[in-house]
Every structure is written in structure tokens, then in C-alpha cells.
Design a protein around this ligand. Structure first.
Ligand SMILES: Cc1cc2nc3c(=O)[nH]c(=O)nc-3n(C[C@H](O)[C@H](O)[C@H](O)COP(=O)(O)OP(=O)(O)OC[C@H]3O[C@@H](n4cnc5c(N)ncnc54)[C@H](O)[C@@H]3O)c2cc1C
Length: 475
């Protein structure tokens, strides 16, 4: 039987040394929730703040011996329930493992600790003309360990994909008898090491191993950027512009979409100096300085063919001045504001979906989501990464209204059903966590792949024989 709360805290203090364990309930509770309103039903025994891989090993050995769960955490910005503890056990917060250990431009990597925040890494890389291109909208706080484990993506996904495309190697610690520490993968871009265990850890949501450090691929910052924003009266016209951009051989750096309601909210929030009305398509292309004029013209021509209004920014500064990217980035706070207004209360629960469909099926997906929302009586707002077919429909609910919560669960399932029916996926980048476990089953069954779950369970046992790492998530 696992020891009680106080005993766990004192065992941890003994094993890790002073100043790395906090057991005061008020503080522990701060590490027991996620921004969308999810909260642990009971507080964990303690929060541990490791300062290096050795501390993670000591924690893992202890957890194995005394059989208590470990809940790894970065900044808890997960939107899927993957970072919230589900009961007794220990939260491990990576906030003190926040050093960039090495940057090599010649070898194209950054070697970092798991608690480094993505924006901090990018500020450092920018001084040398480089970047780490995976940019979740939460990048100002999201950590490398959290992004690795949630398989995060972001706006540049249209060109650069997601974490799985940018992680070269991982130093991990296992929850086994020895607290095994090992380096998986390579520092080189090309790397064959039998089965690809690095890609197994990416997106594993803290259920397979504790990630201590990572070798991340880096790439030069774009020399110049051209952005076009078009405001459309009809969704079909907007999607036609997407098709035209893609079929003219243009590889967008960013390709984002907000529906007309999202535009209205984001514009009220950001107050940009543009006439923001209708659905918005935002397309950025990274180019050589000499090509700025040519691409400005081409994008104006493509979007202008169907949009009621087009704005062109020929540099990052101009884009900042027009507030167009800020509108897209402010979708989450704008949605929360909207939910408060509609429900007439301060405490609301925001539910954000994360489906993806092949981009050619986006119009059908938006229609399907709107139909389901109307049927269930929700005022849905839709925005997303249109370049890679990833939509984030969202609704706000009153957490104190059980009937509304039940309808919201139905909505969540219906939206996932729309994606699966169109050959898409229930989670593009936020992960499975606790919220999408049923959705994962639905998708695998639709793909005739139910056995994949048995394989995943076997993999989980091989990494984490006692099932101590982030139990209750994914599977
Ligand atoms: C406003 C907002 C906007 C967002 N926008 C995007 C977006 O554009 N794209 C996107 O992909 N996501 C987005 N997200 C979701 C989320 O922010 C990202 O997935 C982010 O990468 C999570 O980082 P984190 O440090 O907060 O991780 P956490 O939420 O703390 O953890 C995420 C998962 O990783 C595990 N974990 C964390 N650190 C470790 C470690 N060192 N070892 C093992 N497991 C670990 C946790 O157990 C959990 O399962 C957004 C969230 C918010 C609130």
C-alpha cells in the first residue's frame, strides 16, 4: 500500500535534499488544475521541484519502491486534462530545470532542459538569427517538456509541422527500480536506432517517461515575411482562396482562419486599425527580401479575388501595427470574455476542441460543427490552423449547471464524430489527456485499428511497469 501524504513528503525530502519538496496544501492545490477549469478531485501529497536528472532519478526510484503516482508538469497549459493530477501522488514541476545547455548553429540543434519556456528559447536563438519553429499560442509559458509530451504544434505548423518533426534526441528517466536514465535518439538530423523511441515519447503525455533534457532542431529565422489578411462574406470563398494559394505552389509559413464571430470578438479585444468584418484568412509567407514585392502582389491578387477587404503587411513591424496576428493569438481570452457575457457570470468553463481534417474537407467540417452546435443549443466560435486542417471550435458553459455540462459532453463527442467521418482526427495537437480517451477509441475503431490500444498498453507496461506515470491519461 502506498504511504500516506506526510510520509511521502518526508521520504521525498530525505531522497532529494532540502528545498525541493513542497507539501503545504494551499500551494499544492495551485499545481492541481488546468486553465480550462479542470481540477484534481483531491490534492496530491506534494510538489517536487527537481534541479537536474539526478533528482528525477531519486524521485522515480522512490515512486517505484513505494508505489505512488507521479504527475509530470510543465506550465499546465494543457487543454486536454493531461497535466492535471487525478488523485494522491506527487506532482513533478520542471520549473527549476530551465537552462539552455548548448546552442550549435553548425550542428543545427539546441540542447535544453525540459523546463525551458519556448519563447525564452526563441529569444535566445533570435540573437543569433535562429528559431525553434514550433510555436503554440501558449509559447510565452509552455515548456519544452510539456510541448514534447503533448506533441504540440502551432501557427507555423503549415510549414514546419509539430514537435515530432523537431525533436532529435531526448534524455529520459524511467519509473523503474533503478530510475534508469538514458539518452534516446541522436544529435544528428539523420539517425537510425532501431525502433524510434523518441517519437514514441513525443506526444506520450507524461505516461511513458520523465523527460529531463532534449536536443531540438533549430532553423534560421526568415529573412523577410509577407502577410495577407482577407475578410470574407462567405466561408466557401475563404476556402477557395486557401485552395488557390496552395495550388499556386506557395508554401505558407502561417495560414490561419477565424470565423466571423471569432473576428468580431477578437477585434473587440484587440481593436486593430482595420475594418475587421466577416471571416478572416491570414496567410504569411517567408521569403527573400528581393521577393517581397512579388509575393505581396500575388497574395493581394489571390485573396482579393474573393475577399471583401484585403490588408497586406510587408514586414513583421507592419503586421504588428495592423494587429492581425494579435487578433488570431487573442482568440482564447476573447472566447472567455464572450462566454462570460453570454452566460452572465464570471466563472465559466471554456471547452476548446482540437480536431483536424484534410484541408480539402474544411468547409464540410465547419458546417458539421455548426450544425451540431445549433442542435445542442451552443453558440460556437471557430478558429484554427487552416493550412493543416486543424480547427479549434469552442463553447463556454456554466460549470454549475449539470444539464448544460451533459450537453457540452455530447457536443464534444459530436465534434469529434464530424472529424472522424471526414477522415480526420479527434486531436491534432492538444492530446488525449482525460477528455479524449473515448474519442481516441472512436477514431481507432473507425480506422479498423482497435488493436492499436492493446499495443499501446503493452508499450506503456514496457516503459512504466507499475503504471505510475500520469495514470488515467491517454489509455
Ligand atoms: C491559451 C492557450 C493556447 C494554446 N495554444 C496551443 C497551440 O497553438 N498549439 C498547441 O499544440 N497547443 C496549444 N495549447 C496547449 C498547450 O499549451 C501546449 O500543448 C503546450 O505545449 C503545453 O506545455 P506545458 O509546459 O504547459 O505542458 P503541461 O500542460 O504542463 O503538460 C503537458 C503534458 O506533458 C506532460 N509533461 C510536461 N512536462 C513533462 C516532462 N518533463 N516529462 C514528462 N512529461 C511531461 C504532462 O504530464 C502533460 O501530459 C494552448 C494552451 C493554451 C492555454
Amino acid at each position: 500500500m502506498a504511504p500516506g501524504r506526510e510520509r511521502v513528503a518526508s521520504l521525498l525530502e530525505e531522497a532529494l535534499g532540502p528545498g525541493k519538496v513542497v507539501a503545504e496544501e494551499d500551494i499544492v492545490r495551485l499545481y492541481a488544475r488546468e486553465p480550462v477549469g479542470l481540477e484534481s478531485p483531491e490534492p496530491p501529497a506534494a510538489v517536487v521541484f527537481p534541479e537536474g536528472p539526478g533528482d528525477l532519478q531519486a524521485l522515480a526510484r522512490l515512486a517505484y519502491r513505494y508505489e505512488f503516482p507521479i504527475y509530470p508538469q510543465g506550465s499546465t497549459t494543457s487543454l486536454s486534462g493531461s497535466a492535471v493530477p487525478l488523485g494522491p501522488g506527487v506532482v513533478v514541476s520542471m520549473e527549476r530545470m530551465d537552462r539552455v545547455l548548448e546552442v550549435s548553429l553548425v550542428d543545427s540543434y539546441a540542447h535544453v532542459e525540459a523546463g525551458v519556456r519556448i519563447d525564452d528559447l526563441n529569444a535566445l536563438l533570435a540573437e543569433r538569427g535562429y528559431m525553434f519553429p514550433v510555436d503554440p499560442a501558449s509559447a510565452s509559458v509552455a515548456t519544452v517538456g510539456g510541448a514534447v509530451n503533448s506533441g504540440a504544434g502551432g501557427m507555423r505548423g503549415a510549414k514546419y509541422g509539430t514537435m515530432r518533426d523537431w525533436v532529435l534526441g531526448l534524455e529520459v528517466v524511467l519509473a523503474d527500480e533503478e530510475g534508469t536514465r538514458m539518452m534516446l535518439g541522436c544529435r544528428t538530423v539523420k539517425c537510425r536506432q532501431g525502433y524510434d523511441l523518441v517519437r514514441l515519447i513525443v506526444g506520450s503525455e507524461g505516461t511513458l517517461a520523465l523527460v529531463a533534457r532534449a536536443y531540438l532542431r533549430i532553423t534560421p529565422l526568415p529573412e523577410a515575411m509577407v502577410t495577407a489578411a482577407g475578410f470574407y462574406d462567405s466561408l466557401e470563398d475563404l476556402m477557395e482562396s486557401v485552395v488557390e494559394v496552395k495550388s499556386r505552389g506557395i508554401q505558407p509559413y502561417i495560414m490561419e482562419f477565424l470565423d466571423e464571430k471569432a473576428v468580431e470578438l477578437a477585434a473587440a479585444y484587440v481593436k486593430p486599425p482595420v475594418e475587421a468584418r466577416g471571416a478572416m484568412l491570414l496567410v504569411s509567407v517567408d521569403v527573400n527580401r528581393e521577393a517581397v514585392d512579388r509575393y505581396s502582389k500575388t497574395l493581394a491578387e489571390i485573396l482579393g479575388g474573393r475577399a471583401r477587404r484585403v490588408y497586406i503587411a510587408r514586414s513583421q513591424e507592419e503586421l504588428d501595427r495592423l494587429g492581425l496576428l494579435r487578433m488570431r493569438r487573442s482568440l482564447f481570452p476573447a472566447q472567455v470574455m464572450h462566454a462570460r457575457r453570454v452566460l452572465g457570470k464570471e466563472r465559466v468553463l471554456k471547452i476548446i476542441e482540437d480536431i483536424a481534417v484534410p484541408p480539402s474537407r474544411l468547409v464540410e467540417a465547419v458546417r458539421g460543427v455548426r450544425e451540431a452546435s445549433e442542435r445542442l443549443g451552443f453558440d460556437v466560435i471557430i478558429g484554427g490552423h487552416v493550412g493543416d486542417g486543424n480547427l479549434h471550435p469552442s463553447i463556454g458553459i456554466d460549470p454549475d449547471d449539470p444539464a448544460m455540462a451533459a450537453r457540452a459532453r455530447e457536443w464534444f463527442t459530436e465534434v469529434m464524430r464530424v472529424a472522424v467521418k471526414l477522415g480526420g482526427t479527434v486531436s491534432a495537437e492538444h492530446g488525449i489527456g482525460t477528455l479524449k480517451r473515448e474519442g481516441l477509441r472512436m477514431e481507432l475503431e473507425a480506422n479498423n485499428a482497435a488493436k492499436a490500444l492493446d499495443i499501446m498498453r503493452a508499450i506503456k507496461r514496457a516503459f512504466d511497469p507499475k503504471g505510475l506515470l500520469n495514470p488515467g491519461k491517454v489509455l
